[in-house]
Design a protein around this ligand. Structure first.
Ligand SMILES: O=c1ccn([C@@H]2O[C@H](COP(=O)(O)O)[C@@H](O)[C@H]2O)c(=O)[nH]1
Length: 273
């Protein structure tokens, strides 16, 4: 999917919501554990109930890797289901990969070819040659960690390197890489006060913004300086949506939470015009 197609979906649905599919078998309704594939059964019910109010889904691969082969199979079924049933929805493998070049090429093949995700999250720490193998894939997107939502972001990302914060160095340097048009960036919703500075460096790049909901980030605060001409935001909420209920009404409860966020987004977009 191109970024233009993504923006068109955002305008059509009046939503820039990304729902995180972080499946924890201890948190899903217990009756689903009797299913042959409880993880996929949960994801399918969540997707069926919420696809009209969101534009993206983001499974975090940790929640699948933790269940070994069965977890990977559930991830594969989930991405196949999304690609077959909802090809207009943007998909993100939140895998935070990145390694020496030939290894990154294999990671890119795994997530863009074998699993056919639209995008994958990548750590910038190993530099240009660790990221460019991902960028080489046409119409696929590499979402670089810039300023993360956790407290530990202050350990390195905001430290000065050559008189400039490291996260700014990541944004500026990565703009010069080959196929940088395929870059998006992760910026945490809990860092809303940084968005104005970030938009000076990357005015129209898409930002994946986790941290709304369970981590306490605020949608209005992010949008104040984060919105771009092409909207340029994908706001992720995982636990705050998918675990709204652990009873038989879990899918309806998730849909209600997702719709509440979508309505707030529609109102923001209306007032931004
Ligand atoms: O800076 C980051 C980068 C990634 N994440 C991931 O996003 C979701 C957030 O889940 P919530 O339940 O809505 O808190 C999760 O998969 C994180 O690993 C992040 O939170 N911050």
């Amino acid at each position: 999917m191109t970024t233009q197609q993504l923006t068109e979906q955002i305008q059509k649905k009046q939503s820039f919501l990304c729902i995180g599919l972080d499946v924890d078998l201890n948190k899903i309704p217990q009756h689903l554990l009797q299913e042959e594939d409880p993880i996929f059964a949960f994801n399918k019910a969540i997707i069926d109930a919420t696809h009209q109010v969101c534009v993206a889904y983001k499974p975090n691969t940790a929640f699948y890797e933790a269940y070994g082969m069965k977890g990977w199979q559930a991830l594969e079924k989930t991405i196949n289901y999304l690609n077959e049933k909802h090809p207009d929805i943007f998909t993100i493998a939140d895998a935070k990969r990145g390694d020496i070049g030939n290894t990154s090429s294999m990671y890119a093949k795994a997530f863009f070819e074998d699993l056919a995700f639209d995008s994958v999250t990548v750590a910038p720490y190993m530099g240009k040659d660790s990221v460019e193998p991902f960028l080489a894939f046409k119409n696929k997107h590499t979402i670089l960690l810039a300023l993360t939502s956790n407290q530990g972001a202050f350990d390195f990302q905001t430290k000065l390197v050559d008189d400039k914060e490291l996260y700014k160095q990541v944004l500026e340097t990565s703009k010069s890489w080959e196929n940088s048009k395929n870059l998006m960036y992760v910026v945490g919703a809990t860092k809303a006060e940084y968005f104005a500075e970030i938009r000076k460096i990357i005015p129209n790049s898409f930002l994946l913004v986790p941290g709304v909901g369970a981590q306490g980030g605020n949608l209005q605060d992010v949008c104040k300086y984060g919105l771009a001409d092409n909207v340029g935001l994908l706001i992720n909420s995982s636990r705050g949506i998918i675990y709204a209920s652990n009873q038989s009404d879990f899918a309806e409860a998730a849909a209600q939470k997702a719709q509440n966020l979508q309505l707030e987004m529609a109102s923001i977009l209306k007032h931004a015009d």
